[in-house]
Design a protein around this ligand. Structure first.
Ligand code: BES
Ligand code: MN
Ligand code: ZN
Length: 495
């Protein structure tokens, strides 16, 4: 979808459809009131007839109103003004854009660039781009016949004052970049695991690098052997697909500025290995590379925005398969850090690949490291599909990430990384084990990673519950690209 922004009065806009909000009960917003005046009360009349109460999630289309240049006016219910918040705003935009898929409208104007208290015009513009892009997203490239695409292709945000254009434009640009990053992450996530292999992810990184002048380096199995990445390699042993360690660099800041490192779990299919997973829903383990996808998506957004910071993405990519050569429960491996790990469950593989990627990241002397991983089923039990689990060894970094998630509509929740939990990783035979038992499974997974992050400020996002949706709406979400991009936008502004 193409986005633009302009100023003017709604009744004089020539477009396929003007979209306005209506609060419950029956209250027009200022753009709606202007249209009502110009059409001599047509909007008010429709409301009086009882066709639009303003209930959240409802829409009503009016055609060819007198005194209005647009072919249609769509009213979208916003719910009670008192309760109108970030989520309701995104939901209203999503409903409106989705409803237009049932019409011939390809080009529309949105008069909803305000309404949420404590949020400025730039925020509304950014969030409208994200919500609208989400509403028209489809993934049909694996279908033998593509349905003809209906829906809005061109969306213009309308602001009242010319003086608002600059702020609106800046917000819009950020939102569009986040939406593009999310789409990239979603596409990679949705691809089937026989297509999206570690080699495919490496190619995707190369493509991205070519398009945005990023630098990319792919380490092969031999390179990883030389580096002593025994933990990462132990996960790849059961697979016929070669593992890849993908490094992508964006240099937008001064040469001397230390980079931000994003480390993303790239398990392109997680069978559990010898600790085989049950059959039900195992197909969803194709999404076990969504951390990796979010790293590429965020790099895309950062590059599109030309942020003046340096970022390095590090993606350990592998399948986790059973096989004659696969790692067995009880095997002990030596990580790149020199620490030995007793693998008591081969299904706790994410931490095994991340730990070596984290050690590798030390060489970039990063100012902060954030790893992103669909790491634990326990995180889904703790936080459901709403918030990512956030762990950090630095309180200020944690607070910044929480705030960025709030702003971007991509929230995380802080969980403890207290030493008290570390005991659960005790091993009789190696330095520690790769699992800590059932209690606090997400915390002990983070504790495991914390043993490889002593040299830098580090945060860990467990996105197991938020990276994809199950059921009828099964598919990748593109989270946490907005959170990560928002964090980096704010860091770039401070630099
Ligand atoms: N990729 C899974 C985590 C996962 C499971 C995410 C279900 C979303 C839904 C991860 O590799 C895994 O299998 N974790 C195990 C760890 C356990 C063996 C300690 C888990 O959560 O069951
Ligand atoms: Mn697993
Ligand atoms: Zn996994």
């Amino acid at each position: 979808m193409e986005f633009s922004i302009k100023s003017g009065s709604p009744e004089r806009i020539r477009t396929g459809c003007i979209i306005i909000g209506v609060f419950e009960p029956r209250k027009l917003t200022s753009a709606g009131a202007a249209l009502d005046g110009a059409s001599r009360g047509q909007l008010g009349a429709a409301i009086k007839r009882g066709d639009m109460e303003g209930k959240s999630g409802t829409t009503l289309m009016l055609q060819q109103l007198p005194g209005i240049d647009a072919a249609r006016v769509m009213m979208v219910g916003l719910g009670r003004e008192r309760d109108f918040d970030d989520g309701k705003y995104r939901q209203a935009i999503g409903k409106a854009i989705s409803a237009l898929k049932q019409t011939g409208v390809t080009e529309a104007v949105l008069c909803m660039t305000a309404g949420v208290k404590h949020r400025n015009l730039g925020w509304h513009a950014a969030q409208s781009a994200i919500a609208a892009t989400d509403a028209i997203y489809r993934f049909d490239r694996m279908k033998s016949k593509q349905e003809t695409v209906r829906g809005v292709r061109q969306l213009t945000l309308l602001v009242a004052e010319r003086g608002d254009l600059a702020a609106g434009q800046a917000g819009l640009k950020q939102g569009v970049a986040m939406a593009h990053g999310m789409n990239l992450a979603r596409d990679l996530g949705n691809l089937p695991p026989n297509v999206c292999t570690p080699s495919y992810l490496a190619d995707a990184a190369r493509d991205l690098a070519k398009r945005y002048r990023l630098r990319v380096q792919i380490l092969e199995r031999k390179d990883m052997e030389k580096l002593g990445m025994g933990s990462l390699l132990s996960v790849a042993r059961g697979s016929h697909q070669p593992p890849k360690l993908i490094i992508v660099k964006y240099d937008g800041g001064p040469r001397s500025a230390k980079p931000y490192a994003l480390v993303g779990k790239g398990v392109t299919f997680d069978t559990g290995g010898i600790s085989l997973k049950p059959a039900a829903e195992m197909d969803e383990m194709k999404f076990d590379m969504c951390g990796a996808a979010s790293v590429l998506g965020t790099l895309r957004a950062v590059a599109e925005l030309k942020l003046s910071i340096n970022v390095v993405g590090v993606i350990p990519a592998t399948e986790n398969m059973p096989g004659g050569a696969a790692t067995k429960p009880g095997d002990i491996v030596t990580s790149m850090s020199g620490q030995t790990v007793e693998i008591l469950n081969t299904d706790a593989e994410g931490r095994l690949i991340l730990c070596d990627a984290l050690t590798y990241t030390e060489r970039f002397e990063p100012q902060a490291v954030i790893d992103i991983a669909t790491l634990t089923g326990a995180c889904v039990i703790a936080l459901g599909h709403v918030a990512s689990g956030l762990f950090a060894n630095d309180e200020a970094l944690a607070q910044e990430l929480l705030a960025a998630g709030q702003t971007a509509g991509d929230r995380a929740w802080h969980l403890p990384l207290w030493d008290d939990y570390q005991d659960q990783l005790k091993s009789n035979f190696a330095d520690f084990a790769n699992i800590g038992g059932r209690p606090a499974g997400s915390v002990t997974a983070a504790c495991f990673l914390s043993r490889f992050t002593k040299k830098f400020k580090w945060a860990h996002l467990d996105i197991a519950g938020v990276a994809w949706k199950s059921g009828a709406a099964k598919g990748s979400t593109g989270r946490p690209v907005p959170l990560l991009t928002q964090f980096l936008i704010e860091r770039a502004a401070k630099a």
